[in-house]
Ligand binder design. Structure first.
Ligand code: SF4
Ligand code: SF4
Length: 616
């Protein structure tokens, strides 16, 4: 067996991982079945399995390394087909080991981000489950098994490549799955035909749960949608998608059948997950977070967009990662824009949760509204605490923001302020992923130094407080200081080398502001009032015993107390920390890069906010 892949030496110099993404890996498009509703069309029979087997591991390894070099962490690497299990077992063994190794290498970051994954996940039709059981078990692979419900349709639509049914084998495999000791779930894709006999569908859920022993609380339902590739392959035999009324009929029937039973938790928590805000379909722009990689290096949005030019983002062997990520965000935005901002969505009290739905299905349905809108509304209605309705003014504000981001042309056309003489002229590239503050920082080592959140630590009394840039941190803590409090700043010595060839000339640079607005400058902006600026040359700092080697320190208690007459009762003071040369670099960067300037128009440095209790 392949053990998880070890840490490579490159990790010690890897850049900070500033962005995390969901990566679906399709090592082969080949499939051993020929399901009638397959959205991949003829790709599953035309795929070259031998070529895929030869490159499957290398491509994933290459992509993970390229992502990491660009500061991007794949927090979820799931395997999807075609049918992954058509690959030879040694290739699967290597893939599983690679993914487990990836999770272990990034264990700390993943845990900090709230992800608990440590085992590979695979979507499979179970056709080869029995011969691969031991391999899956060894790698603790989590399994999502696709079946048709009712099972009679499994026999009709889920046929082998020779066109033969294989339901009995599926039932045996489900019995085996019931005994499988690791994570597992069932997923079922439903078309209108699947819903012609809902009682049979309900009976089969119970049959699999009670007779075959698979815990059907762990099930996901999906709806088939019109796929151009499927239509090309199936012609008239293509299955009809469920109508919104049929989706609701199913929802109501399942609630009537399973409420109050041992499957109620699954019904309420998992079965309709795909239509809830945790899923990609509810992202504002899924092209910023979700990617599908094929073994030939091609990158698409996801399984739904696979093979469609509008959802092809690039190739990991030919294109820089940053270009692929930017293409994803732009292409998804373009599809949303092409289908307009639906009038119902604009006023929907759940717009902030839904974000108008999946762009691939919008394209397939030529509609601007989520294809499961009615179903989603029923889910929101039944879970008002989990999915609260927003007030109309909140919705209007959100709709304005959403429109500016996803429908910028519409926003300009519809916003009176933009049509009047007082035009706000923002360059359209401002919305590009590569121009976000985080992307600009990721691309510039000096900005990385300037924005570090591990370079300044403030000792306040007995507490050590790491300082972060006021522009990047997600929360603000306000302290109360008195003249008796210990207040020492510890700073990493290497920070004085950033943008400075002679650190002896560099300074620790502090600025104290007070939250009393003053109008400054040509733009007449109201800003916090500057109280004082203070610099201490590098050589005047002391070695920091508390933080150890590589750290310097300066005692600030006297400096802060000296200005006590400037601090007002109940008014916050805002103390910023940087070095003289990094401060210079911030202003140089502002001049050189308009996108940086506009986003860092407020002081970007690490800061500490406090009230001062003047006992005099
Ligand atoms: S295109 Fe649709 S299915 Fe694909 S990632 Fe985006 S929302 Fe999800
Ligand atoms: S109207 Fe429907 S599709 Fe539009 S935001 Fe609301 S729930 Fe989503």
């Amino acid at each position: 067996m392949n053990a998880p892949e070890p840490l490579s030496t490159a990790d010690s110099v890897a850049p900070a991982l500033t962005r995390s993404i969901h990566l679906l890996y399709v090592p082969t498009l080949n499939c051993n079945l020929s399901c009638s509703y397959c959205y991949l069309g003829t790709q599953t029979s035309e795929a070259d399995l031998r070529a895929d087997a030869g490159r499957a591991v290398a491509t994933l390894r290459h992509a993970l390394a390229a992502l990491e070099s660009a500061g991007v962490l794949a927090f979820n690497v799931s395997l999807h087909g075609g049918e992954v299990t058509t690959l030879p077992p040694p290739v699967l063994d290597e893939l599983f080991a690679l993914i487990r190794g990836h999770y272990l290498r990034h264990f700390d970051v993943l845990t900090a981000l709230g992800h608990r994954k440590s085992a590979p996940h695979i979507k499979t039709n179970l056709f080869r489950f029995a011969p691969l059981y031991e391999l899956f078990d060894r790698h603790k692979v989590s399994i999502s098994a696709s079946i048709d419900l009712p099972l009679a349709l499994h026999a009709r639509h889920r046929l082998t490549r020779k066109g033969e049914p294989w339901l009995e084998r599926t039932l045996d495999n489900l019995r085996l799955l019931a005994r499988y000791p690791h994570a597992k779930k069932i997923s079922a894709t439903l078309s209108a035909e699947h819903l012609t006999d809902i009682p049979a569908l309900i009976d089969d859920i119970w049959f699999i749960h009670r007779e075959l022993g698979v815990d059907m609380n762990q099930m996901n339902l999906m709806f088939a949608f019109p796929s151009a590739l499927n239509r090309e392959r199936m012609g008239e035999a293509v299955l009809t998608p469920c109508t919104p009324a049929q989706q609701l009929e199913l929802y109501d029937a399942l609630h009537a059948a399973f409420a109050g039973t041992e499957l109620e938790e699954g019904l309420r928590r998992h079965w309709f997950d795909e239509f809830k805000p945790s899923y990609c379909t509810n992202a504002v722009n899924c092209g910023e977070k979700f990617y599908l990689l094929q073994s030939d290096g091609e990158v698409y949005s996801c399984v739904r967009g696979q093979g469609l030019p509008e959802f092809r983002y690039g190739n990991v062997y030919a294109d820089p990662v940053v270009d692929i990520l930017v293409a994803g965000a732009q292409k998804v935005a373009a599809v949303h824009a092409a289908h307009g901002f639906d009038a119902g969505c604009r006023q929907c009290s759940h717009l902030p949760l839904c974000n108008t739905g999946c762009p691939v299905v919008k394209r397939q349905n030529a509609s601007g509204r989520s294809y499961t809108c009615d179903l989603q509304q029923a889910i929101y209605r039944d879970n008002p605490k989990t999915f609260p309705a927003e007030a109309p003014d909140e919705v209007a504000a959100y709709a304005r923001d959403y429109m500016q981001r996803m429908h910028p042309a519409l926003a300009i056309a519809e916003t009176p302020a933009l049509q009047s003489e007082a035009v706000l002229a923002l360059p359209h590239e401002l919305g590009d992923e590569s121009n976000t503050l985080r992307a600009l920082i990721a691309a510039d080592p000096l900005l990385q130094a300037l924005y570090r959140d591990d370079a300044f630590v403030l000792e306040v009394g007995d507490e050590l407080v790491p300082l972060a840039s006021q522009l990047l941190k997600r929360r603000n803590d306000w302290y109360t200081l008195t003249g008796d409090d210990r207040l020492v700043v510890h700073v990493r010595q290497e920070l004085f080398d950033a943008n400075c060839s002679e650190p002896v000339r560099n300074t620790l640079y502090l600025q104290m502001l007070r939250d009393t607005p003053v109008v400054y400058g040509d733009e007449r902006r109201s800003k916090q009032e500057h109280l004082f600026t203070w610099q201490l040359h590098t050589r005047c700092l002391e070695a920091s015993e508390r933080m150890g080697e590589g750290w310097l320190m300066a005692d600030l208690a006297g400096l802060v107390a000296l200005h006590r007459r400037l601090y007002r009762h109940g008014v916050r003071n805002n103390l910023f920390f940087t070095t003289g040369y990094l401060r210079d670099y911030h202003y140089q960067k502002q001049k050189a890069n308009a996108f940086y300037h506009i986003q860092a128009v407020n002081l970007p440095f690490q800061n500490f906010e406090f009230f001062y209790l003047n006992r005099e």
